[in-house]
Design a protein around this ligand. Structure first.
Ligand code: GLY
Length: 338
């Protein structure tokens, strides 16, 4: 039992501890940067236009999920973009097959893979999330679901993409070799996936990722972009990550999930992306010299960062200060291949 003197000592100790922790909290609160949101970031320089579309929603206090869907639809519709959406380069058999996924602040997610004839896979992915108990629909099933939901099937192979494919066919036989990676994503001719991450005015995080995949891939090949945890991962308590480049290496390392988990452990977004690249390098030190992978991440405070295997990866940032910022990603290797 406490005697009076012990009680007074204990009370004054807890009073001073309370005062100390109150002042520590106050200092921490003074030091803490205000969270930077709304904000939206995207892979590559074509992310600027996507971000600006997303910003129309974010600036009005709209939901990050709506913002990333609207943003991702911009490169999907862009006839000059041959790595995302309707003008994407086809697979080796001439089929344009699209992959996409989306994830919201509650951990809900939806995806489509290898879907043909539907120009906006990101919107179909959202409907998979919202209207079905499933996460991923593939191929004919995804197409059928999209048509049931009111999407119009249309021919996606543009004359320009067809021309590029026919030119590719002249030199490349139908062999399942890594030859399409010679046009390294990140190189001049293959700018690859768009991955988007947004935090809205309420502080809620969502992400979207959409691509036509590797140019002239084997029919049926699916990369990282529609795979939750590989091409995209969002955890509203921690942050989000997305990837671009050769999806096989991202899938092997569950890249975006890894980046988010590293941020949970205290890594900055850039350091988390760097470590995820490093894991890929450790597994395949020779292969990585020939392929590009890039990660982009944002944490709950709105701090962002990126890292890639090779020079050439860029990302776009849009917030209340600036809506068209393009930042070169940090990288391990100087090589840039066309
Ligand atoms: N990152 C896109 C793909 O590998 O398909």
């Amino acid at each position: 039992m406490y005697n009076r003197r012990q009680f007074i000592k204990a009370s004054s100790l807890s009073a001073s501890l309370a005062a100390l922790s109150a002042s520590a909290f106050a200092k921490a609160a003074l030091k803490a940067e205000p969270a930077n949101h709304p904000i939206v970031i995207s892979t590559w320089d074509f992310g600027v236009a996507a971000n600006q579309e997303a910003w129309k929603i974010l600036a009005k206090g709209g939901r990050s999920l709506d913002a990333v869907e609207a943003g991702a639809r911009i490169p999907e519709a862009d006839l000059k973009n041959h790595s995302v959406g309707r003008a994407g380069y086809p697979d080796r058999d001439g089929h344009v097959t699209l992959d996409a996924c989306i994830m919201d602040e509650q951990g809900n997610c939806g995806a489509v893979a290898g879907m043909e004839d539907i120009a906006h896979p990101i919107s179909v992915a959202r409907l998979v999330m919202e209207k079905t108990p499933h996460v991923l629909l593939v191929g004919d099933g995804a197409r059928q679901f999209a048509i049931e939901q009111g999407f119009k099937p249309e021919k996606l192979l543009t004359p320009e993409s067809e021309k590029a494919w026919k030119k590719w066919l002249v030199k490349h036989e139908y062999k399942p070799v890594m030859n399409s990676e010679n046009q390294m994503p990140g190189g001049k001719f293959n700018h690859d996936t768009i991955g988007m991450l947004a935090i809205d005015a309420r502080g809620n995080l969502s992400g979207a990722c959409t691509t036509s995949g590797m140019a002239f891939k084997l029919h049926g090949r699916v990369g990282d972009s529609p795979i939750i945890g590989a091409g995209l991962y969002v955890d509203n308590e921690v942050g989000g990550a997305t990837s671009t480049g050769v999806g096989e290496e991202v899938i092997r390392n569950v890249g975006s999930f890894l980046v988010v988990e590293l941020m949970r452990q205290g890594y900055s977004p850039q350091d988390a992306c760097k470590e995820a690249c490093h894991r890929i390098i450790k597994r395949k030190p020779d292969t990585v010299k020939e392929i590009q992978v890039g990660f982009l991440a944002i944490n709950k405070k709105g701090e962002y960062g990126a890292y890639a295997l090779h020079k050439g990866f860029t990302f776009a940032v849009c917030d209340s200060k600036k809506q068209d910022l393009i930042i070169p990603g940090q990288y391990f290797y100087e090589t840039v291949k066309d």
